[in-house]
Design a protein. Structure first.
Length: 406
């Protein structure tokens, strides 16, 4: 059985401390130094790759003094603040900074969990740069000497955190960052699988059923990386995974995205077939939240616009293209009219309040995509808007040409 330290155990099994524990005075943390392995062990001189590797291993296995009672108390305070019902993120960051400094002499698996938690804190604060840096450190520690002693959930959690932080950069994400995020999502989904499968594809499919949201996000960053074929596969996996858990609304959204991806492959016949299927599936979709239904209608309108652009570009189907375009505009106008009606009735107030409450955290989810009420027929003439939707350049040009010439 693997050994596990105090910090790693608390990360995996956090139990709220008693109120008395939370109000004890904070103790000044002692200054610590790391063990210099080369000085303490005569056999670790860097004379070869083998001895260098041995040096790293010995460094990871070196016996550090265990955390003091004051340091453990500080750790519990930090976790209580961050995981509490009414958390103060600024205070959480301050405490986690102190804990990480105090734990520098501890084993890599201990420290990795702390960096991952602080990364989660920065994510909640909306600071993608700091979150990425902490998740980077956590992944490096977990994949280095001694990292295998960590709780098995730590590596996938750190990879997912880093991927989502990159995803939150939106149109500002670079191709290199998108490729890193795509790799992180793919590895996460494989690690999320709970079965012993023979192929990577089977691992990905099983991982997607565990977290369809992550599968959709994977498809979104693959678009940014320019891998449209794999993006279509990822969005199709997400669509099926959402359907399997009874979430028809998000299943339709993901399937529409798969159709748009196929237009960039390009596989126009398959793209049209998938878009037609997705559009037909929007009928009768139900959801408990009005915002989700609005997203379905907005995505239906987007799917119809994409289909109309593909039909128009074929020349001989321009009549069909204009019909599909007209239907798209009608649906999007209905969406705006319904929203206006709900706003007058006060039904949108709670939704707006909920959005304001969550506004600080990083945006990466299928639910954080372009707001449904921002999608209107005339905006499909705007290249900046089309870029925000994640459309391929060729499809952008087709729909702009359709809107201009019709």
């Amino acid at each position: 059985m693997k050994s596990i330290g105090v910090a790693a155990w608390l990360v995996a099994n956090w139990v709220m401390p008693s109120p008395g524990d939370l109000h004890q005075p904070q103790t000044q943390l002692p200054t610590t130094t790391t063990l210099d392995v080369q000085q303490s062990h005569p056999l670790t001189a860097p004379t070869s790759a083998l001895t260098q590797g041995a040096s790293l291993w010995l460094s990871a296995q070196s016996t550090a003094s265990p955390p003091t009672k004051a340091e453990i108390q500080l750790l519990r305070q930090a976790f209580s603040e961050f995981y509490g019902v009414t958390r103060d993120l600024a205070k959480s960051e301050e405490l986690l900074n102190q804990v990480i400094a105090a734990w520098e002499r501890q084993a890599p698996d201990e420290r990795a969990g702390l960096y991952r938690v602080r990364g989660d804190c920065y994510s909640a604060m909306g600071d993608a740069t700091k979150a990425i840096a902490d998740y980077d450190t956590a992944v490096t520690l977990l994949q280095g000497p001694g990292g295998d002693l960590a709780d098995p959930t730590e590596l996938p959690a750190s990879l997912l955190g880093r991927a989502r932080s990159f995803k939150s950069l939106g149109t500002g994400i670079s191709v290199a960052q998108a490729k890193q995020a795509a790799s992180d999502y793919e590895t996460y989904l494989k690690l999320a699988s709970r079965e012993e499968w023979d192929t990577d594809q089977e691992l990905l499919e099983d991982g997607a059923t565990r977290n369809p949201y992550a599968a959709w996000e994977w498809g979104a960053v693959l678009r940014k990386a320019g891998d449209w074929k794999q993006a279509a596969t990822a969005h199709a996996l997400a669509s099926q995974a959402f359907l399997e858990i009874g979430d028809k609304a998000r299943s339709v959204i993901a399937l529409t995205d798969a159709g748009i991806d196929l237009a960039a492959v390009p596989d126009i016949p398959q793209a049209k077939e998938v878009l037609n299927t997705a559009i037909s599936k929007t009928k009768g979709v139900e959801a408990r939240e009005v915002a989700v239904l609005q997203r379905v209608v907005a995505k239906e309108g987007e799917g119809r616009m994409a289909l109309a652009a593909l039909l128009w570009s074929e020349g001989g189907q321009r009549g069909s293209a204009e019909t599909v375009l007209g239907d798209a505009c009608v649906r999007l106008e209905q969406l705006q009219a319904d929203a206006a009606s709900r706003s007058k009735a006060g039904a949108m107030k709670k939704q707006a309040a909920d959005m304001a409450t969550a506004s600080a955290s990083l945006k990466f989810s299928i639910d954080d995509d372009v707001p449904a009420l921002d999608v209107s027929c005339f905006r499909f003439k705007n290249p900046v808007f089309l870029e925000s939707l994640g459309w391929p350049k060729d499809l952008q040009e087709k729909v702009i040409k359709l809107e201009t010439l019709r």
